[in-house]
Structures are given as structure tokens and as C-alpha cells.
Design a protein around this ligand. Structure first.
Ligand SMILES: *Cc1c(COP(=O)(O)O)cnc(C)c1O
Length: 462
């Protein structure tokens, strides 16, 4: 392709002003936030790359659909619309909405755990998925290919299951002790890396052979389908919708955080292929957890917006532009020598901060230090995914060392322009040029669990 970039397939109809602050102001804001970008006020952020979850821009079709919301407690028209759209996309029999992805997890996962000593195996469990597996009384095991941890070398599908490893775990633990296999597409925790159709078909064969329930954790299933179309010869002439449909037929259950490829600000889905017994259990259990099964924690208007967003996320021109934004930022950084996870995944560029700031040890949180420097440089808010997030060993209380120290630059859907991404790239490159002056961080306040959300830090004076 001989283009500088894929221009957006939309124009701007409404704008939300964002504030450019001075460096002096940002120094104060960051100090007040305890050197933890999570505690910044979003008003004090110029370009917010904390997450792509619920941060996308809705289309005018979605805004118009909001007006059609039917807020009936039971049997809402908006539910039937959402159900119809989700059935068309998945070809599954049963659809239940949830307030977001973790809502779907808290309803479904306990239904699959009927005794102690069970395991779920995933290419990589997302944090909340792991938490709900554990809350249900089971254990979460990850089984991804080794290439996933090599940030430098090209592999088209770094999110793939390690198939040999999967069989070994099943044989080792006993197939009767495996509550389910969870295919996370794209593999969020591995940097939004895709899983190939070939790999998913092999996982399906293994699940069949051992008679194990197969789940898809598919917050970004449309982005995954786009990668399959681009990188698997057999699929280059298939539509995104056809590829997605083929993937869904492999599994028994599809759980979705609709805040990602639903292009909605809130929402989730539970989709069950044909298991009526499981559906009935979920329908009962969801009432005290999320709400009545025709709203599942969503308003009627949320369900309307989601019905539209689900279809928009499958449009090829939308996906081409979205994925190109991530590619664009990744290329700018790579061209300047900044170490990133390569190739970039679907929703973010991950900067390898072990290589960026090798002089900062893991227990002084190198990726958090780089993230803070980026905020000071240009008002850009990234998020740390490394040892700061990982926390401490529950027994020894020592800081755990993450295999990767990453700064995630997450691109919201349809929200920023290439010009914004250029500002981000230039700022990262500037911080990289001056990386020797970065210092590590120590705690001022450390909460006992999930510390990365609320901890206060301070730079270590040397
Ligand atoms: C975001 C996400 C979830 C959780 O969804 P929420 O909507 O944030 O509750 C689960 N799995 C994956 C892969 C995700 O990306």
C-alpha cells in the first residue's frame, strides 16, 4: 500500500474540547495524583490513552438510536432488537445482556464450576476473567505460545494457544477437572495480539476430543477477524462477518465486553450456542447479579446504542482505519528506535520499558516512570502494565517481577486523529531521547489489593 495512512471513513459532526496544559501545570497535577496517572482528573489530560474500553465515539446512528430506548423493566423492545443483532452475528440461540464484560463473567463462570479443584485454561485470562474464575472457586491457567513474550520478532499471531501445552495441562490435571477452555480474542493481556483461525480450529479439536466446554472471551472479536483476513491466505476474500461467524461456530459460549468492539460506552453480552440448561441457569442467576434477563444492568437506550455499534464494528472500512491508527503510531515509534511490541496488536501500542529504561529495576516500576514522563512531556495519559500492576506475592509480600514491563498507549475507537497520534509519537520519542534522566518510584501509600488503581508513589531521589 502506497499510502501514508488510511484516512477515516467518517467526518466530525460534534466536538469535545480538550485542554492543552503547560508543563508547570502538569508537574503539579501529577504530584497531586501521587505519580499515578489513574488518579489524574481526565480534564487535566490532553490525549487520553488509558484504555479503549467504553471510550469510543458513537456514530450519529447510535445517538439517534438512544431516543428509541424502551425502558420497560421486562420484555423491552430494545432487548429484542439487541437479541436479533447478536443472534445474526453469532448464530447462537440464546442472548442475555450484561452491564459489561465482567458482569457476563460473574453470571456464567460460576455455572461451570460445580465442585472444588477445577481449572480453566486460556491462551491468557484477562484480569477480570481470572478474578471471576477464582471467585467461582476454580483456578486460571494460561497457555500461550512463547513468541508472545518476544517483543522484537515478527509473528503474525502472537496470541495463539500453545497447543502442546494445552494438551499437557489437560492430561496432567485430568480432563474431568477442566471446567472450560477460554479463547481470548484478541489476546488483550498479550498486547491485543490476534489468534489465528487455524489455531482456534485446533483448540476446538482438542476441546472435542476431551469433551470440554469452549468459551470465547471476545471483547475484540471483530479486530481479531480483521487480522485473520489480513494474515491467513484462506480468509483474504471472506468478509469480517463471515470470519466472525465461523469463529463463533467453534465455541459453546461467547462472553463479550461490548465496551470494546460494541463501540458503546457501556454494555456486555452473554451468548450461548444451544445449551438450554445453562441458559436457564444464567437467566435465573443474572437477576440478583445484574438485573432481569431482558436488561441485564443496561438501560433500554444502552441496548439500542449497542445494537447499532455491534454492526458498525464489523464494517471493513471502519476496521481498516482503526487498525491503521495503531499501525501508524507503532511505525512512528519503531522508526525512531523506541522499543515496542512488534508487530502491534489491535487496540494499542505497547512500549517495552525494560529496554526503554533498563537502569530502573522492576521493583521501582520502569513502565510507570516512563508513563509519568510522557504525561509531563505532552499531557498524554498511558497506562502501566508491568510489575506495578502485578503486585506482591501473597505469601512472601515481595514485589513480583512481571515478565514484561509495558507502557500501553491504547487507542480509543473513532476518537482521535492522526495528528493526535503524531503528538503522542513525538512526545514518546522526546522522552526516549532523554531516558537516562528517568528515575524509579517508591510507595507513599500502597493499598493491600489492586494497588495500581489507587496507590500513591513518589520519585526516588538518588
Ligand atoms: C475488557 C475485557 C474484559 C472485561 O470487560 P469489562 O467490560 O471491562 O468488564 C474481559 N475480557 C477481555 C478480553 C477484555 O478485554
Amino acid at each position: 500500500m502506497n499510502k501514508k495512512y488510511v484516512a477515516p471513513p467518517y467526518r466530525i459532526k460534534m466536538v469535545e474540547p480538550i485542554k492543552v496544559t503547560t508543563k508547570e501545570e502538569r508537574i503539579g497535577f501529577l504530584k497531586d495524583a501521587g505519580y499515578n496517572p489513574f488518579s489524574l482528573r481526565s480534564e487535566d489530560v490532553y490525549i487520553d490513552l488509558l484504555t479503549d474500553s467504553g471510550t469510543g465515539a458513537m456514530s450519529h446512528f447510535q445517538w439517534a438510536a438512544l431516543m428509541m430506548g424502551d425502558e420497560a423493566y421486562a420484555g423491552s423492545r430494545s432487548f429484542y432488537k439487541l437479541e436479533k443483532v447478536a443472534k445474526e452475528i453469532t448464530n447462537y440461540k440464546y442472548i442475555i445482556p450484561a452491564h459489561q464484560g465482567r458482569g457476563a463473567e460473574q453470571v456464567v463462570l460460576p455455572q461451570l464450576v460445580d465442585r472444588e479443584g477445577l481449572y480453566f485454561i486460556s491462551n491468557m485470562h484477562f484480569d477480570t476473567t481470572r478474578a471471576h474464575v477464582e471467585l467461582a472457586g476454580a483456578r486460571a491457567l494460561d497457555c500461550v505460545i512463547d513468541e508472545c513474550f518476544d517483543t522484537e520478532n515478527y509473528h503474525p499471531f502472537k496470541g495463539n494457544f500453545d497447543l502442546k501445552g494445552l494438551v499437557n495441562i489437560i492430561e496432567g490435571k485430568g480432563k474431568e477437572n477442566i471446567a472450560g477452555i477460554i479463547m481470548t480474542i484478541t489476546n488483550n493481556s498479550a498486547g491485543g495480539q490476534p489468534v489465528s483461525m487455524e489455531n482456534m480450529k485446533e483448540v476446538k479439536k482438542i476441546a472435542n476430543k476431551y469433551d470440554i466446554t469452549l468459551l470465547i472471551d471476545g471483547a475484540r472479536y471483530a479486530e481479531n477477524a480483521y487480522f485473520v483476513k489480513q494474515r491467513e491466505e484462506e480468509y483474504k476474500n471472506k468478509s469480517i462477518r463471515e470470519i466472525a461467524l465461523e469463529v463463533f461456530q467453534l465455541a459453546d459460549i461467547f462472553l463479550m465486553s461490548a465496551k470494546k468492539d460494541g463501540i458503546s460506552n457501556i454494555g456486555g453480552l452473554i451468548c450461548i450456542k444451544e445449551d438450554t440448561d445453562l441458559y436457564n441457569k444464567c437467566r435465573t442467576y443474572i437477576v440478583p447479579m445484574e438485573g432481569f434477563p431482558t436488561y441485564g444492568g443496561l438501560t433500554g437506550r444502552d441496548m439500542e446504542a449497542l445494537s447499532v455499534g455491534l454492526n458498525e464494528a464489523l464494517e471493513l472500512d471502519y476496521l481498516e482505519h482503526r487498525m491503521d491508527q495503531v499501525r501508524f503510531l507503532g511505525d512512528k515509534l519503531r522508526d525512531a528506535g523506541v522499543p515496542i511490541q512488534y508487530p502491534v496488536g489491535g487496540h494499542a501500542v505497547f512500549v517495552d520499558c525494560k529496554k526503554f529504561a533498563p537502569h530502573i529495576p522492576y521493583f521501582e516500576f520502569p513502565a510507570q516512570s516512563v508513563s509519568n514522563a510522557l504525561y509531563l512531556e505532552a499531557g498524554v495519559r498511558p497506562v502501566e502494565i508491568g510489575s506495578f500492576l502485578l503486585g506482591r506475592d501473597p505469601d512472601t509480600h515481595e514485589n513480583l517481577e512481571s515478565p514484561l514491563e509495558l507502557m500501553r498507549l491504547t487507542i480509543p475507537r473513532r476518537t482521535y486523529t492522526y495528528a493526535h497520534l503524531e503528538v503522542v509519537a513525538e512526545a514518546v520519542i522526546e522522552v526516549y531521547k532523554n531516558r537516562e534522566i528517568l528515575v524509579g518510584l517508591e510507595f507513599d501509600y500502597e493499598p493491600p489489593v489492586l494497588r495500581h488503581f489507587t496507590a500513591r508513589l513518589k520519585p526516588i531521589k538518588k
